[in-house]
Design a protein around this ligand. Structure first.
Ligand SMILES: C[S@@+](CC[C@H](N)C(=O)[O-])C[C@H]1O[C@@H](n2cnc3c(N)ncnc32)[C@H](O)[C@@H]1O
Length: 256
């Protein structure tokens, strides 16, 4: 008889935020990209700031950062350390309800891929266009599917260990299934929580969500239609020029 499938309970927003912080708090590889292109002074907007790991790095010196997210647990973690120049707002990036003339807008770490439909992306880019100063820049990082995802059907699998501050670890598994008919990747994240204390409960939690799996050409068509023009495109955090094999796109966009 086949082994039963392991039972994963749904991942709450609170736990998702804690796992995100566990994985990403120390991640700084993208900071140089933003520092290189962002103005030294003025007010910036970050859409989908999460735990504010990037926003707090950018809110230094002369910059003020308004950072928005629609997850209260993410923003609660962002509040752990709030530098004076950082303001957090809980709102939806599809209807931000903000006014402004921002010197730059940042959409970091695949946040635009999470918007699920091209219509949502158009809506978000329309808000960016309205909220940017005429000489402002929009800086975006996107995940591109790459030949590994698009070249075959079936699932790809990755895993990593996240040490728990209280001892033990979380085993994170990510399964990705590329769906060409909708140009999306269905992502399933599984977290196996294994504390070191024998009395502490083991947990198996999971969530599934689609991400947009457009090519660079398709993303650029959306940017152009929204009134943006490309100033620079990189294919890695080391800021190497974009090439066909890149699975990340760091895009610098100006208002046309
Ligand atoms: C991949 S995380 C990136 C977090 C952060 N920008 C970083 O670089 O670490 C994406 C974030 O976007 C937020 N988000 C997703 N959809 C959103 C929406 N419609 N409105 C506001 N925030 C959203 C999520 O809650 C999450 O915190």
């Amino acid at each position: 008889m086949a082994e039963p499938e392991p039972l994963f309970l749904p991942l709450s927003q609170e736990r998702a935020a804690h796992f995100y912080a566990l994985e990403m708090d120390g991640f700084t590889a993208d900071v140089d990209f933003y520092r290189r292109w962002l103005p030294q002074r003025g007010t910036l907007l970050e859409l989908g700031c999460g735990t504010a790991r990037l926003a707090r790095q950018l809110a230094d010196g002369g910059r003020t950062v308004v950072a928005i997210d629609n997850s209260l647990p993410m923003l609660a973690l962002a509040r752990r350390y709030l530098p004076p120049g950082l303001r957090l707002v809980c709102t939806d990036l599809l209807a931000p309800g903000l006014k402004g003339n921002f010197a730059a807008i940042v959409i970091a770490y695949n946040t635009l891929n999470l918007l699920a439909t091209p219509e949502n992306v158009r809506q978000c880019l329309g808000h960016c266009r309205r909220l940017l100063a005429p000489d402002g820049l929009l800086l975006v990082q996107l995940h591109l599917p790459g030949a590994k995802s698009t070249g075959r059907r079936g699932k790809t699998f990755q895993f990593q260990f996240l040490p728990l501050p209280t001892g033990g670890r979380v085993i994170k598994e990510v399964l990705r299934e590329y769906l060409p008919e909708t140009a999306t990747i269905l992502v399933e994240e599984r977290y196996r929580v294994r504390p070191s204390l024998p009395a502490a409960a083991k947990e198996d939690l999971a969530h599934r969500y689609p991400i947009l799996a457009f090519s660079r050409k398709e993303w650029q068509a959306l940017f152009t239609a929204a009134g943006f023009t490309s100033r620079a495109s990189y294919g890695s955090y080391a800021l190497t020029p974009w090439s066909e094999s890149a699975t990340t796109l760091l895009e610098v966009l100006a208002v046309k």
